[in-house]
Ligand binder design. Structure first.
Ligand SMILES: [Fe+2]
Length: 260
């Protein structure tokens, strides 16, 4: 989330990867830009340099216009698979982890209280009919970028036993319902943001409050710049089944209670 979130990723992600011996990192980068929306090529490259393997996005994917261009030549940048037809880029890909396993990553966007897009459950169905766990990929990760918890939880059950993990993004607040579901898929309704939590979902709190109060001196939202909390989820998965063995939230720095 904005400059504060980028700083935390750049400083802390390499250390966490090393400490926890992490083989594959997925980062949602749709709020990386200086204004807290969109992602530039420079932001993308910084995340790759910090150790990210794939960058997912969401409703703000095109807010930095250059993303419309560089997404076609950069397959590690994903946009939601169910964006309206004709959108540039791709919604999923199969990548290689540091330990040379095939990891399929799909980015989906919810339909409720979000920008209009294709039916997210139909797209999820099409995807899982095409990419099967242990046949086409060793592990499958789903980033469901969505506003409401019910849609995300239902998607968790849809993929239970078929994907390694289903993780929600977009609300910018980590939920404490992380668990391994009955058939072995790791799940968390929302992983939270890497950003300054003394804010309104990463945006300057005074200005945001003015907007809610309809104060005429309110300006366009801009990011809060205090120390960020890096918020993530680590999953250990079984190479034989592709399903989750262990799930552990990572909350580091800033104002949230740390868990690492
Ligand atoms: Fe979003």
């Amino acid at each position: 989330m904005g400059p504060a979130g980028r700083k935390s990723i750049n400083e802390n992600l390499p250390k966490i990867i090393k400490k926890k011996k992490i083989d594959f990192v997925i980062l949602n980068g749709e709020n990386a830009g200086d204004n807290g929306v969109g992602i530039t090529k420079k932001n993308f490259q910084e995340f790759i340099n910090a150790g990210a393997d794939v960058i997912t996005t969401g409703n703000h994917v095109w807010d930095e216009k250059e993303a419309l261009k560089f997404i076609d030549s950069e397959k590690r940048l994903l946009r939601p698979q169910n964006l309206n037809q004709g959108s540039p880029g791709k919604g999923y890909g199969i990548f290689h982890s540091k330990n040379n396993k095939k990891v399929a990553v799909i980015n989906l966007m919810g339909n409720i209280f979000m920008k209009k897009s294709e039916d997210v459950f139909q797209e999820a169905k099409k995807f899982i009919e095409t990419v099967k766990l242990k046949k086409d990929a060793d592990f499958i990760v789903v980033d469901l970028h969505g506003e409401i918890t019910s849609e995300k939880m239902a998607m968790g059950y849809f993929f239970d036993g078929k994907a390694t993990m289903v993780v929600g993004t977009h609300t910018h607040v980590p939920t404490s319902d992380h668990r391994i579901m009955e058939k072995g898929t790791a799940y968390q309704t929302d992983v939270g943001m890497c950003g300054d939590y003394n804010s309104v979902i990463g945006m300057n709190r005074d200005n945001s409050l003015k907007k809610f109060l309809k104060d005429p001196s309110a300006v366009r939202h801009y990011p809060a710049l205090g120390e960020a909390t890096l918020s993530g989820l680590m999953v250990v998965a079984d190479e034989k089944t592709g399903l989750a063995n262990k799930i552990e939230p990572i909350i580091f720095g800033g104002s949230l209670e740390n868990r690492i």
